[in-house]
Design a protein around this ligand. Structure first.
Ligand code: MTE
Ligand code: MO
Length: 400
């Protein structure tokens, strides 16, 4: 980097740092010093009591409509901490004793099988990083009012490293009959969440997962067993998985007909709306935050696609007139959150910032108007439109 540019950058950053070093918190560190003994070890770790980041939990007590959201602006990197993974339960969280839990595979197979958890854990396992996103995420963007002014409104999406057994292994063990084309997966909660899944997806990349980010899946995420269906709408990732029936036809269950189906402008129903199209958000600066004065800041955010890897993320700081390529955090995983970053000097004037994701299939995340032109006015699900944020002169960030 040329020396002049280097110095210029240094000066701008040092202005921020002088402010930080003059604050009183350094004094406290000196006074308490390293002389004091701290707490001893603990059997299961907790975060610092100073950290307050939490899921957004609306004041809804009915477990049938319960959802909580990941605070996307307050997480780092690409992995969502288990305690902050979003939740969507249609009948609440069942309390399952893993010793009593079974997974049955039956239907059009040569040998129906029943697995205990211990038996599943003996089988060859894989770990893969994948997002789960509810297709109802950003659903309020469809209304004239739009989503609330905060990135948390879009937090029905999270990303974990999932560990489990490829469903293919279990199906091969059971011996799928040649006429079979589908399977139906069922959960052990009160609503018996059931979804039809094409056999070719099951033979491709679906996981029967028992672990999430290195520990057992949390009760809220389907303990002790869930399906991870990479890149497909959250609902089909059946939690508390207890049964897989192999079939030659889909079952048109309540969960894929009365819900998770879209009414298109021509009056037809769009059913089996599986893949989540490419999407991205700037998480800093984002709605609900306040930028503390003009100068240097790193724009950052998350991008993902249900159709493969993110190939590129472009960021505009002038409301979509010009675009710059953001840096992508490596490695980029397929069907996983991808962190993007772009350094920026904010001149303190009102600005509209927005990101757009492009995936490895060449698909470009649409603007709100482009998506609306295809989907009409009756949609509830699958809103992956770009999300512009307006930064006001006082630094406050809201929907643009
Ligand atoms: N058995 C069962 N599986 C389920 C659900 C449920 O209510 N019961 N909710 C579904 C929906 S709508 C979504 S978006 C995802 C949410 O997964 P999470 O709660 O782990 O984030 O789980 C899906 N799997
Ligand atoms: Mo969902």
């Amino acid at each position: 980097m040329p020396e002049q540019a280097n110095r210029r950058r240094f000066l701008k950053l040092s202005a921020l740092m002088t402010a930080a070093s003059s604050c009183t918190s350094n004094k406290a560190v000196e006074e308490e010093g390293p002389g004091q003994l701290g707490k001893a070890v603990s059997a299961y770790g907790e975060r610092s009591p100073f950290e307050k980041v939490a899921r957004m939990t609306p004041d809804v007590k009915n477990p049938q409509v319960a959802s909580s959201r990941t605070p996307l602006a307050d997480i780092y990197g690409i992995i969502t901490p288990n305690s902050l993974h979003f939740e969507r339960h249609h009948s609440g969280v069942p309390g399952i004793n893993p010793a009593d839990h079974r997974l049955m595979i039956h239907g059009m197979v040569d040998r129906p099988l029943v697995f205990t958890l211990a038996e599943l854990k003996r089988l060859p396992s894989v770990s893969r990083v994948h997002f789960v996103e509810c297709s109802g995420n950003s659903g309020s963007e469809w209304s004239a009012k739009g989503a609330p002014d905060v990135i948390r409104a879009h937090g029905l999406a999270s990303c974990s490293e999932w560990t489990g057994v490829p469903l293919k292994t279990l199906l091969e063990e059971a011996g799928v009959k040649p006429e079979a084309k589908w399977l139906v997966a069922e959960g052990a909660d009160a609503c018996k969440m059931s979804r039809s899944i094409p056999l070719n997806k099951a033979m491709d990349d679906i996981l029967v997962a028992y672990a999430q980010n290195g520990e057992a899946i949390r009760p809220e995420q389907g303990y002790p067993l869930r399906l991870v269906v990479p890149g497909w709408e959250g609902n089909i990732n059946v939690k508390w998985l207890r049964r897989i029936k192999v079939s030659d036809t889909p079952y048109y269950t309540k969960d894929e007909t009365s819900k998770y189906t879209e009414l298109m402008p021509d009056g037809k129903a769009w059913i089996f709306t599986w893949p989540m199209d490419a999407k991205s958000f700037i998480t800093y600066p984002s709605g609900g935050q306040k930028v503390d004065g003009a100068g240097f800041l790193e724009i950052t955010g998350l991008a993902w696609s249900g159709r493969g890897k993110i190939a590129k993320v472009e960021v505009s700081t002038d409301g979509g007139q010009t675009w710059q390529a953001a840096a992508l955090q490596e490695p980029v995983f397929s069907r996983a959150f991808t962190r993007f970053r772009l350094p920026w000097q904010w001149d303190g004037k009102e600005a509209t910032i927005v990101s757009r994701a492009i995936d490895e299939t060449g698909y470009v995340q649409p603007a709100r108007e482009e998506l609306g032109a295809v989907r009409g006015k009756n949609s509830n699900y699958h809103n992956n439109a770009t999300k512009p944020w307006k930064i006001a002169v006082d630094g406050s960030v809201t929907n643009a």
